[in-house]
Design a protein around this ligand. Sequence first.
Ligand code: FAD
Ligand code: MG
Ligand code: MG
Ligand code: MG
Ligand code: MG
Length: 546
Amino acid sequence: LVYSDSNPLKRVLHADATLDSDGQPIRKKKVVVLGSGWSGYSFLNYLNNPNYDVQVVSPRNFFLFTPLLPSVTNGTVEARSIVEPIRGLMRKKGFEYKEAECVKIDASNKKLHCRSKEGSSLKGTTEFDMDYDILVIAVGAKPNTFNTPGVEEHAYFLKEAEDALNIRHSVIDCFERASLPNLTEEERKKILHFVVVGGGPTGVEFSAELHDFLVQDVAKIYPKVQEFTRITLLEAGDHILNMFDKRITAFAEEKFQRDGIDLKTGSMVVGVTADEISTKERETGKIVSEPYGMVVWSTGIGSRPVIRDFMQQIGQGQRRVLATDEWLRVEGCEDVYALGDTATINQRRVMEDIAAIFSKADKGNTGTLNKKDFNGVVKDICQRYPQVELYLKKNKLKNIAHLLESANGEDTQVNIENFKQALSEVDSQMKNLPATAQVASQQGKYLAKCFNKMEKCEKKPEGPLRFRGEGRHRFQPFRYRHFGSFAPLGGEQTAAELPGDWVSIGHSSQWLWYSVYASKLVSWRTRMLVISDWTRRFVFGRDSSS
Ligand code: FAD
Ligand code: MG
Ligand code: MG
Ligand code: MG
Ligand code: MG
């Protein structure tokens, strides 16, 4: 207990807030947050509960605005402009920060083992233990290599700020090297062969940024070697951007073709050596090796080792990704929450709870339901099981009564079997949320709001359905709101997919993209920096020093 003043009256007043009814000091609950990325930063930003002692552990003392990371690889935007130091937020909120990595979570003893990172000027690392009352895991994910040999050693990833800078230096090094005398044409071609693996949003955007750089800047700076450059984009599936609307995929594929980006779908990388990348063609099963100058690997994400180990401890060892319930509580252990790319939400199936839902609606215990019985629970069912709403929307049905009618004809007296039958297709609408900044930041905000009213809601929500009128203070489960996705395709063109099946491609969406991201940047400082980077690029072109 710290007294701010020696005046005894003030002392009493001041102490009151931190003493319980027996005059014992109240120990604040210690909340430890792992990670300062999209989900962690958003959680910390919205958390306003003086009853918690908040400690943050993250190996990076900044938040990174990842959507603009591909623009760092060619110097359109500076890395400095898209990071936001977290010390400012820590000071404002009175939170404590430790620059370290959690290497072990011991859930049964509520302990964490942490290690400082090895700095360039500091030799060796420091290790320490921490305990927690509540743990919030927001450590994100790591690039997934699918254990493809040689990837860790020879390929570049695009995940962190350093990665983007390394790529930028390496691209320019390739051009400088290819410009040296005494090289054969073959050698120059090899050095200037850029291979991008993975046709998801990041791989596509990077290819587009690289292409812009080659066309807009390299042509002027390295005119002698420009003819030797080539970009190959390898994708194991049939199409690039397969999570987007078909129109966007088609547009992107055509644009890349026109731009001369060598797009190879149906080719899976099976190995990378220092000089060659080998792919297996799906149709022929043939293995083809090609020389390259640089490989960028962007095929998706996997769990970090510390999370894999934690999953083993809590009986989730068989799962691919850490599972939480819809309140973001990790399944199989107490007082641990997980958000963002680290975890997926295990959504409840209607079919698992069908008997409970039925009996909740069947108030008179008659064994049959009529329209009136439903009035009381329909809203709760849709709240609790969002797949029901999606299903109704997809089949153009107004409500569950309509669904029952369409399944059972005019007779709306349904028993449990009819009920099951009518709802049997509903669960097919369940989808995992994508691993995006949009999801991560919404989860951070959601959890902070729950924590802010934690005292009111000490009783945690359980069970498949909430009763009407009950638990007004209980938390709603997490619900994601999709505001649209953008896929920048280079040449100042961006494809946008907005809610309501709205697709827009072209220069206007490029400006929409700029303004959406400029307005989403966390502070005025970063906003100013990015806008001035963009302006500088328009006026002077990109910087090509490495
Ligand atoms: P992260 O943001 O990755 O944060 C993880 C944090 O945990 C980091 O601070 C990290 O340093 C820290 N950490 C790591 N290990 C430990 C440890 N052991 N202990 C403690 N802390 C640890 N999404 C979009 O919605 N739109 C986009 O346009 C978009 N573009 C993207 C472009 C690129 C190049 C990339 C890589 C991603 C992009 N994403 C985009 C995806 C988005 O960045 C992620 O979904 C989001 O970062 C997930 O947030 P997170 O909090 O789970 O993880
Ligand atoms: Mg995070
Ligand atoms: Mg981040
Ligand atoms: Mg991430
Ligand atoms: Mg997730």
